[in-house]
Design a protein around this ligand. Structure first.
Ligand SMILES: Nc1nc2c(ncn2[C@@H]2O[C@H](COP(=O)(O)OP(=O)(O)OP(=O)(O)O)[C@@H](O)[C@H]2O)c(=O)[nH]1
Ligand SMILES: C=C(OP(=O)(O)O)C(=O)O
Length: 263
C-alpha cells in the first residue's frame, strides 16, 4: 500500500457482547465459549490495529474484562451503554466516538483469522468508491462482517439476518475480492472447522484451540461434527509465524493468551 494520509484513516469500532451472553451458537461448554469469544476478539483487535488504514481501534462492550483486554492490546474501551441489541449499540457507539466526523468502520469481533492487509484492501475499496459506504459480506453469504463509511453519520447499521442485502439496498457498495479472513466469522463449530481448514487462526485463538484440545474433544464427545485437527501444522506454526505471510503477528507480540483461559 502506498503512503497513507492521516485523513484517509478509519476509526474502527468493534462491538463485543458481554462474555456471559456471547457466542451462544458455539456449542462448547460455557467456560470454553467465553474463552473463545475472548480469543476471537483478541486476534481481531490485534489484526485491525496493524492495518495501515486504521487509526484507532475502539472496542464497544459492556464487559470490563473485554475492555481490559482491549486496553492491553492498545485499543480503546468504549463502555456499551445501549440496551436493545447490536444496532442500537453501534448507533450509540458511533455517536460517542471521540472523532465524530471522519471515516468510521464497524467490524464484528468474531474474526479470528483476519489479516490486516484484508482490512486495508476493503477500506481502500471504500476510499476509491463513489458510494462512500461499504459492506463486507460474510463467507457463508447473507451476514455482514464490516460496515464502513467515509462520514460517520452515513453509517446506519442494519445488522441481523441477511443484513448484507439490507445494507446493499440502503446504498452500501459490496466489497469485492476474496478477503477470506475478513469474511470468516465464526458463529458455530462448523464455522470454526471450516475456518481452520481454510486459514491459520491468529496466534491467540490458535493457542487456545491447541491448549483446550478443542477439536479433539469435540470429535470424541460429538461425532456429528467430525472435527479432526485440521491443519495442525498451521495451528502450531501460528504460535511462531504465519507460514505464508511474514507480516503476520507473532504470539509474543500479543500480551494475552493462556491467562485468559484459566477458570
Ligand atoms: N456491544 C455490543 N456488541 C454486540 C451486541 N450484540 C452483538 N454484539 C457483537 O456483534 C457481533 C455479531 O454478534 P452476533 O453474531 O449477534 O453475536 P455472537 O455473540 O457473535 O453470537 P450468538 O450469541 O451466537 O448470536 C459480535 O462481535 C458480538 O459480540 C450488543 O448488544 N452490544
Ligand atoms: C450479526 C450478523 O451476523 P452473524 O449473526 O452471522 O454474526 C449480521 O450479519 O448482521
Amino acid at each position: 500500500m502506498s503512503t497513507v494520509k492521516a485523513t484517509q484513516r478509519f476509526v474502527t469500532l468493534i462491538p463485543a457482547k458481554g462474555l456471559t451472553g456471547a457466542k451462544r451458537r458455539l456449542e462448547v461448554d460455557p467456560k470454553q465459549r467465553r474463552a473463545l469469544a475472548m480469543c476471537f476478539l483478541a486476534d481481531a483487535v490485534a489484526a485491525a490495529s496493524r492495518a495501515q488504514l486504521v487509526k484507532e481501534v475502539v472496542v464497544l462492550t459492556p464487559d470490563p474484562s473485554l475492555g481490559g483486554l482491549a486496553g492491553s492490546l492498545g485499543a480503546t474501551w468504549l463502555p456499551d451503554q445501549a440496551v436493545g441489541g447490536l444496532n442500537a449499540a453501534v448507533r450509540d457507539g458511533v455517536r460517542r466516538l471521540r472523532h465524530p466526523v471522519g471515516h468510521v468502520a464497524v467490524m464484528v469481533a468474531d474474526l479470528p483469522a483476519l489479516d490486516a492487509s484484508e482490512l486495508d484492501t476493503a477500506l481502500g475499496q471504500l476510499l476509491d468508491s463513489d458510494s462512500g459506504r461499504l459492506c463486507v459480506e460474510d463467507r457463508s453469504g447473507g451476514g455482514t462482517t464490516l460496515l464502513a463509511a467515509r462520514e460517520a453519520r452515513a453509517l446506519v447499521p442494519q445488522f441481523g439476518e441477511d443484513s448484507a442485502a439490507r445494507h446493499h439496498e440502503a446504498g452500501f457498495s459490496l466489497a469485492t475480492g476474496a478477503l477470506l479472513g475478513l469474511r470468516l466469522d465464526v458463529d458455530t463449530l462448523d464455522d470454526l472447522r471450516r475456518a481452520a481448514a481454510l486459514r491459520s487462526f491468529g496466534p491467540v485463538t490458535a493457542r487456545a484451540l491447541s491448549d483446550l484440545r478443542l477439536f479433539e474433544r469435540v470429535n470424541r464427545v460429538d461425532g456429528r461434527h467430525s472435527i479432526s485437527f485440521p491443519r495442525r501444522g498451521s495451528i502450531l506454526a501460528a504460535r511462531g509465524r504465519h507460514p505464508s505471510d511474514d507480516a503476520h503477528v507473532r504470539s509474543e507480540e500479543v500480551p494475552v493468551g493462556a491467562d485468559y483461559l484459566r477458570p
